[in-house]
Design a protein around this ligand. Structure first.
Ligand SMILES: NC(=[NH2+])NCCC[C@H](N)C(=O)O
Length: 543
């Protein structure tokens, strides 16, 4: 059934191309997960066994002959790899392939997708973007398995999949009404459908699989009853045509990308039947009421702009199916050309959208980060009072203990550990206040920083306070009782300009300094508690 062969690689003398400037990938988006974003691995799959209509296997050749690869190379500046062969996999077609669990051509599809998985894996492990030209959508079993495995090995990450399609393709062999495997790839990839036998997808291991949590559908409008149940039960994110009508494609893509998160590599699997048959009539299972060509392009552009794109599939273009004369086929191929990694200069009919996914070229758009923006409202007056009081308390304690150290030295007495300790804690507090001021200036004062810093200082500060209290009122030879004995209780108190008076005044000064240290130590501890509460309130208020 599949026709295939070697095709002539696109000419190297770029026509209106930017080759003049040497290697130039026109994409200005920085890739987050590709180590060689200027390289494009191409896997051209001439395979149609996932469904019954011959012709999808001719799509890669039709797309390439219409100039897709030329555009990718000459206009978008990619170095192509693996682009000179359209694979037919005829060696993998068994003589007999009777149905298994109701699946049609199960051995052929399993063997071919297994080979595709290796091909995609070999390209992806080099850190290249991989573009697969299908073929029917069953080929995605191979492409996604291959890129999931390569990204796991290369980056230790799971990939997310954006599945753009009129259909959910998540039937299990048991729920499928048609038995066509192109309606089942997602159930095998997510592990919802499983098989132990290597002949029937038993080769799919955990390393090949994807999580239902990182799967997003766009463009659905023909979903079987069994599939609806699967989507619902697994909480799979799906944006149907209804959602696109309601929110517009811009908002839908924001929500889809927010669901995936900005730190996840993305595999985009684009079924051309997601487009309305007005734009892409030549496909095996067209459904009216689909995406406009522009919406299809937009999806590709915006996904490319995330910088997270690692692989793209373009499937289900069937140039043999031409509803009204062959303009249909021509249009569909053109639509297909439009879809890949995006270029911004539309040269007539060509590979922009295809080109669009690979290098979304709408360089004018600013990248919109769809993460939630937090707004923290700090009570300015309270925060300022807090910083002022803490600054006073810290300086006072530093000053007093510095003087005490001097006095001990002068009297040739040892310096107790808590003098330098409290000086250090108070200095840290001053440093913390400076940090806060800097963060306020940068508009980055996060409640979490304040809470953690406040807590650490509180513990240190409290320790100091306890030690001070013990010295002041502790059982043996406490400062307080000595003060009451010799200073405040001294009778008669010395007067007049004598050394006695001077000594007494100095002693009184020391006693009062102790009390001041205690007072401000207490204030500091309470204020540190207060700032933690304040930070928590600011955090909780953010909504
Ligand atoms: N990739 C596609 N065009 N899939 C069409 C699937 C149609 C139908 N849901 C089935 O399981 O047979």
């Amino acid at each position: 059934m599949p026709t295939a062969g070697t095709i002539t690689p696109p000419s190297t003398t770029g026509r209106n191309s930017p080759r003049f400037f040497g290697k130039m990938n026109t994409s200005m988006i920085e890739s987050k997960f590709l180590s060689h974003p200027e390289d494009l691995g191409v896997v051209a799959v001439g395979f149609s066994g996932g469904q019954g209509k011959p012709g999808v296997d001719a799509a890669p050749t039709a797309l390439i002959e219409s100039g897709l690869l030329d555009q990718l190379r000459d206009e978008l500046g990619y170095n192509l790899h693996g682009h000179d062969t359209v694979h037919s996999y005829s060696d993998l077609h068994p003589a007999q392939d009777p149905p298994h669990r109701g699946m049609k051509n199960p051995r052929a599809v399993s063997a071919v997708t297994r080979r595709i998985a290796e091909q995609v894996y070999n390209q992806a492990k080099e850190g290249r973007l991989v573009l697969t030209l299908g073929g029917d959508h069953s080929v995605a079993i191979g492409t996604i398995a291959g890129s999931a495995k390569a990204i796991r090995e290369r980056l230790g990450r799971e990939i997310a999949v954006i599945w753009v399609d009129a259909h959910a393709d998540i039937n299990t062999p048991e729920t499928s009404g048609s038995g066509n495997i192109h309606g089942m790839p997602v159930s095998f990839l997510t592990g919802l459908a499983r098989e132990d036998n290597e002949e029937f997808f038993g080769w799919l291991k955990d390393e090949h699989r994807i999580s239902v949590k990182k799967l997003v559908y766009i463009g659905l409008r023909d979903v079987d009853a069994g599939e609806k149940r699967i989507l619902r039960e697994n909480g799979i994110k799906a944006f149907s045509m209804f959602d696109i009508d309601r929110h517009g494609i811009g908002r839908v893509m924001e929500m889809a990308l927010a669901h995936i998160g900005s730190d996840t590599p993305i595999h985009l699997s684009f079924d051309v039947d997601a487009l309305d048959p007005m734009w892409a009539p030549s496909t095996g299972t067209p459904v009216r009421g689909g995406l406009t060509l522009r919406e299809g392009d937009y999806i590709c552009e915006v996904v490319h702009q995330t910088g997270s794109l690692v692989a793209v599939d373009l499937v289900e273009v069937n140039p043999r199916l031409a509803p009204e004369n062959d303009i249909g086929a021509h249009e569909t191929v053109r639509a297909g050309l439009h879809l890949p990694p995006h270029s911004h200069n539309h040269s007539g009919s060509t590979a922009t959208a295809m080109a669009s996914t690979v290098t979304s070229g709408s360089l004018v758009y600013e990248r919109r980060v769809v993460e939630r923006i937090h707004k923290y409202h700090w009570p300015a007056v309270q925060l300022n009072i807090w910083m002022l009081i803490m600054l006073i308390a810290s300086s006072l304690i530093i000053g007093v203990f510095a003087t005490f150290i001097q006095i001990q030295n002068q009297l040739l007495l040892p310096i107790p550990w808590y003098f330098p300790y409290y000086i250090t804690v108070a200095s840290l507090t001053v440093a913390f206040i400076i940090l806060l001021l800097w963060l306020i200036f940068q508009r980055r004062l996060l409640p979490s920083i304040v809470m953690i810093g406040g807590f650490i200082l509180f513990v240190l500060w409290l320790t100091g306070l306890i030690v001070i209290s013990i010295q002041l009122w502790g059982p043996d030879g406490s400062v307080s009782s000595n003060c009451n004995l010799y200073v405040f209780g001294a009778d008669p108190q010395p007067h007049g300009q004598t050394l006695q008076t001077l000594a007494w005044l100095q002693q009184r000064n020391i006693c009062q300094s102790w009390q001041a240290v205690f007072a401000f130590g207490l204030v500091g501890a309470i204020f540190l508690l207060w700032i933690m509460v304040m930070a928590y309130q600011v955090f909780a208020d953010d909504s």
